[in-house]
Design a protein around this ligand. Structure first.
Ligand code: NDP
Length: 437
């Protein structure tokens, strides 16, 4: 960690992500000294390539704006770099590196042949017109296109990057390269997208937590569920949990959270968020019995059986974890990337709460992106049922890998350790086989 902190000053989220993996894999390094001799961990924490670039564009008033773009190509030992693009004002190198680092292990767990990368910009799409978003995406791609390709690096969406942004990015890539390839995933169904990709992260999260609940002799029926966020992951986690009989009672965005004790009406949420690009507080206009409360961080004070943090990093801290435990939570499934602080994870695990770590539980999105790549290569489209069946199988396999790895290294039931170890070993073996490159 001394090396990591000194070489990557100020990148606190990256330090946090590395520390968790390093701690989890230390029993593996002890058991297999050849990994330490090959400096596998030291190599893994250094991205293979980092690209940072200027993104100039012209807003609706005719004024020139300048943002910063990033693509961190972290590890290609098991396949082309794969990982989303995040457009959010908080984006800086440390966030992209933490996300890229996590992505390496997550992608290894999916059983698909994909390496890890991540990118994005400090551009804020909120409040921008469609034309401004298009201008930005085209300028972003004017640089990014030379670094990516269907066999090199295949970006997708993340916070602030949905179907609209992927469409503009794809259009510009196609124009610049004069090729029609599966260079991005999360594409529209009309031009190479895959059924289920939109739902995949949220659905996959619920499939993973289903296995975890099953091990406690429980199912979703009648459980009270709190989901944070109200974006892509949150909406489809809510939908699947509801389909399986759960009662989802709260959702949030960065302005606050809503509580609907009768159960969230997802059609209203989808209209507000997906069609109108509005705010979650508007929910109470359509459902006056529901309540809107400010301070999104306080959503964890709503008593629940299952918590699915699906907004952003470090949204459950130690204090929130204690409140969840005191209110009787039995399972926490991370839909967002690194939404729980290390202290929060300790509190939850010590209290016997089943805890599903992000790099396993939210891997359904990237796994389905890999299925989109398969379909693009074959120039075929699979049915919804076919992709959904594969997704379910993949999430189940990820769960089995986590359980088995934790068991093998004496940390039975610890899915955080299991996910880190299983992902790490797959990438490590591939790196050793390929020599020092
Ligand atoms: P969206 O942009 O669709 O939605 C994000 C949601 O989280 C919004 O409701 C947003 O509120 C809220 N949010 C974002 N940042 C903050 C913040 N700093 N504080 C409070 N609320 C915030 O993103 P996704 O649903 O795609 O992504 C959510 C999480 O899931 C991220 O951590 C992402 O990395 C992770 N993830 C996403 C995958 C995918 O396939 N989309 C795959 C795997 C992981 P507001 O609108 O007010 O900003």
């Amino acid at each position: 960690m001394g090396i990591v902190n000194a070489r990557n000053p100020g990148e606190t989220e990256f330090h946090q992500a590395v520390k968790e993996v390093a701690e989890s894999v230390s029993p593996v390094m002890e058991k297999r000294p050849q990994l330490a001799r090959a400096r596998i961990l030291e190599r893994m924490i250094e991205p293979e390539r980092t690209v940072m670039f200027r993104v100039p564009w012209v807003d609706d008033k005719g004024e020139v704006q300048v943002n910063r773009g990033f693509r961190v190509e972290f590890n290609s030992a098991i396949g082309p770099y794969k990982g989303g693009l995040r457009f959010h004002p908080s984006v800086y190198l440390g966030i992209i590196k933490f996300l890229g680092f996590e992505q390496v292990f997550k992608n290894a767990l999916t059983t698909m042949p994909i390496g890890g990368g991540k990118g994005g910009s400090d551009f804020n799409p909120k409040g921008k017109s469609d034309v401004e978003v298009m201008q930005f995406c085209q300028s972003f791609m004017n640089e990014l296109f030379r670094h990516i390709g269907p066999d090199t690096d295949v970006p997708a969406g993340d916070i602030g990057v949905g179907a609209r942004e992927i469409g503009y990015l794809f259009g510009q890539y196609k124009k610049l390269t004069n090729t029609f390839t599966g260079v991005l995933t999360g594409k529209g169904l009309e031009y190479g997208g895959s059924l289920v990709r939109t739902q995949a992260t949220g659905y996959g999260l619920v499939y993973y937590v289903t296995r975890m609940l099953d091990d406690r002799g429980k199912d979703w029926n009648g459980l009270r569920v709190v989901v944070s966020g109200s974006g892509n992951v949150a909406i489809y986690a809510t939908q699947k949990a509801q389909q399986l009989g759960a009662k989802v009672i709260a959702l949030s965005d960065s302005n606050g959270y809503i509580v609907d004790e009768k159960g969230i009406n997802l059609e209203t949420v989808r209209r507000i968020k997906e069609v109108e690009r509005g705010r979650i507080c508007q929910y109470v206009d359509a459902h006056p019995h529901a309540e809107f409360r400010e301070r999104w961080q306080d959503i964890w004070t709503v008593p629940c059986d299952v918590a699915l943090p699906s907004a952003t990093q470090n949204e459950i801290d130690e204090a929130s974890a204690k409140v969840l435990v005191n209110n009787g939570v039995i399972a926490v499934g991370e839909g967002a990337n690194m939404p729980s602080t290390p202290e929060a994870i300790n509190v939850l695990q010590d209290a016997g709460v089943s805890f599903a770590p992000a790099k396993a539980a939210n891997a359904g999105g990237v796994a389905t992106s890999a299925l989109e790549m398969c379909q693009n290569s074959m120039r075929l489209n699979w049915t919804f049922e076919e992709v959904d069946t594969r997704l379910k199988r993949i999430m189940s396999s990820i769960y089995d890998q986590c359980i088995a790895a934790a068991q093998e290294y004496g940390m039975g039931g610890n899915l955080v350790a299991g996910a880190n170890i299983a992902g790490f070993l797959k990438v490590a073996e591939a790196m050793i086989a390929q020599g020092v490159v």
